[in-house]
Design a binder for this molecule. Structure first.
Ligand SMILES: [Zn+2]
Ligand SMILES: [Zn+2]
Length: 141
């Protein structure tokens, strides 16, 4: 888990002025591995910053995206999630609880054809199904 100071330095290194909102939103994304939506982040931070507006959450996310500090994860096209894990990985969405988990994928070992002359800028792999938490729960009902 990164400290407040580490997050602040990370922002400065990426040319982003480290306001409290920016530090806390990036920290939330570092801590929350389940890829929250902008709305969820807003709800989570409301206790801490009662004057926080949804607009400032969206603006902060935009700034962090532009600086390359976070990335968007879009599995359903009506729902954008955010991820501070910039290392190569894929995602698993549980159809039951809606959580999105990180999964390890070695993209280089995948056999992909039809990509000659294409320039890949971003890569992700999505799997959907039922997570262990939900399948255990179902069995005990
Ligand atoms: Zn689940
Ligand atoms: Zn992820």
């Amino acid at each position: 888990m990164k400290t407040f100071e580490q997050i602040r330095d990370n922002l400065i290194e990426h040319g982003v002025r480290p306001s409290n909102y920016r530090i806390r939103i990036l920290q939330c994304l570092e801590d929350d591995k389940l890829h929250p939506t902008a709305d969820q982040m807003y709800q989570n931070l409301l206790n801490e910053f009662p004057t926080l507006s949804k607009m400032s959450v969206y603006n902060t996310i935009e700034t962090l995206l532009d600086a390359g500090l976070i990335r968007e994860v879009t599995i359903e096209n009506n729902e954008v999630r955010y991820d501070a894990n910039l290392l190569e990985h894929g995602h698993f969405k549980c159809n039951h609880c809606g959580k999105i988990y990180n999964i390890e994928i070695d993209f280089k070992s995948l056999k992909i054809s039809g990509l000659d002359h294409f320039i890949v800028k971003d890569q992700d792999i999505f799997l959907k199904g039922i997570c262990p938490e939900c399948s255990n729960h179902k069995q005990s009902i």
